[in-house]
Ligand binder design. Structure first.
Ligand SMILES: C=C(O[C@H]1C=CC=C(C(=O)O)[C@@H]1O)C(=O)O
Length: 370
């Protein structure tokens, strides 16, 4: 029962014990991972097993929750919970002016040739009187196609979100990744017409991922680009699939993260601009999170006649990591929503501001009070 899982998580929250509760895109299962003590386990090289919560800047620590207890329950996603459709972030004129200046500065630097793309972001503080579990229930109810999570560690913080972006998903030697960028408001269910700016912005991400990974993996194929809906937004997405040596998983993650979907290109110049100019620390926003090196048992049929023991089992490692987008950090009585967008030479500062306002609504509508 979902309620029992929530009760267990509530107890952990009160007793200050780390946990994560999550549900994968389009799945009807809710998973709870509970750590028996409040130790902070730091990831060394991504060969560890557990639930990883990694920051944007991998010079800071990625945190691992040990799988001391894992509970899975069936989630009835048709159980709709009311959300606050009319909740709209207030337009803060000073915040807007500062953000527009930042975008204009980035565009100037693009024209000077310092980089082609940079992803800039900001943080919005919102009052929230509702219980965290109530907020999370709304997230689960409205974002069925996203990876929805509620993560807590007493020594790190409380985060939740509904992200549409896979960093990497692997099963044994097979892996999938994606390039996700370009944003339009969803007016109805019709796919949007993408502008040259959005197509270019997304292509930069695809090219980067392809070029970075191709040296490090055994095979890599790019599927056709398409439009995907994330809540009330549309994005451009290209999926990539391939095979790799599973013992190189850590190298692949470090090579992939951060992609130009959350940082920019060329990577180092964009990253430096972000560190020097964004007026706050992203911490775990635009980092990644999810199952790391969990064991999956595969049953295969040898298909030989007269062989009694015709099915044999093999155990493979699988991981499912998502980019930490459309997320917020929870505090007593308030939430901090994180939002950003890709800036290229064709960006119009006012439109980029509006894009962050639209993105902020993903979390805003699940918060209980203004
Ligand atoms: C950085 C964010 O989104 C990224 C993912 C999809 C589309 C994006 C864009 O259109 O700019 C961003 O690259 C965010 O939602 O905070």
């Amino acid at each position: 029962m979902v309620q029992e899982l929530f009760d267990r998580a509530t107890k952990c929250f009160k007793e200050q014990l780390p946990f994560v509760v999550y549900s994968k895109p389009n799945e009807t299962e809710l998973v709870g991972v509970f750590q028996h003590n409040d130790a902070v386990h730091k990831v060394k090289d991504f060969t560890e097993t557990g639930f990883v919560f990694a920051p944007f800047d991998l010079n800071s620590d990625a945190i691992l929750l040990k799988l001391d207890a894992v509970e899975k329950v069936r989630l009835n996603r048709s159980l709709e919970v009311a959300v606050h459709e009319d909740n709209m972030p207030k337009c803060d004129a000073i915040e807007k002016e500062g953000y527009i200046k930042l975008i204009s500065k980035a565009i100037d630097r693009i024209h000077q040739g310092d980089f082609n793309k940079v992803v800039l972001s900001r943080k919005i503080e919102v009052d929230c009187k509702d219980d965290n579990f109530k907020v999370f229930q709304r997230i689960l109810s409205v974002y069925k196609q996203a990876f929805c999570y509620f993560w807590y560690h007493p020594k790190i913080g409380t985060w939740m979100g509904a992200t549409p972006e896979i960093l990497v998903k692997s099963n044994g030697a097979q892996f999938t990744t994606m390039s996700l960028a370009g944003t339009q408001n969803s007016v109805d269910d019709n796919e949007p017409i993408w502008t040259a700016k959005e197509l270019h912005e997304q292509q930069l991400v695809t090219d980067y991922i392809f070029d970075t990974l191709k040296e490090k993996v055994n095979s890599l194929n790019s599927l056709e680009r398409g439009s995907v809906k994330a809540g009330r937004l549309w994005h451009l997405r290209t999926e990539m699939k391939g095979t790799f040596s599973p013992n190189k998983f850590g190298d692949a993650i470090k090579a992939l993260h951060p992609t130009p979907a959350v940082c920019g290109s060329p990577l180092e110049n964009a990253k430096q601009f972000i560190f020097e100019n964004e007026r706050y620390e992203r911490t775990f926003y635009t980092g990644f999170l999810g199952e790391l090196n969990t064991k999956t048992e595969l049953s295969r049929n040898r298909n030989r006649r007269n062989q009694e023991n015709s099915a044999y089992r093999s155990v493979v490692r699988s991981s499912e990591l998502y980019v930490n987008l459309r997320c917020m950090q929870m505090f007593q009585g308030k939430a901090e929503i994180y939002v950003g967008g890709g800036i290229t030479s064709d960006s119009i500062p006012e439109k980029e501001w509006e894009e962050t306002v639209l993105k902020s609504r993903t979390m805003y509508r699940v918060l209980g009070s203004k």
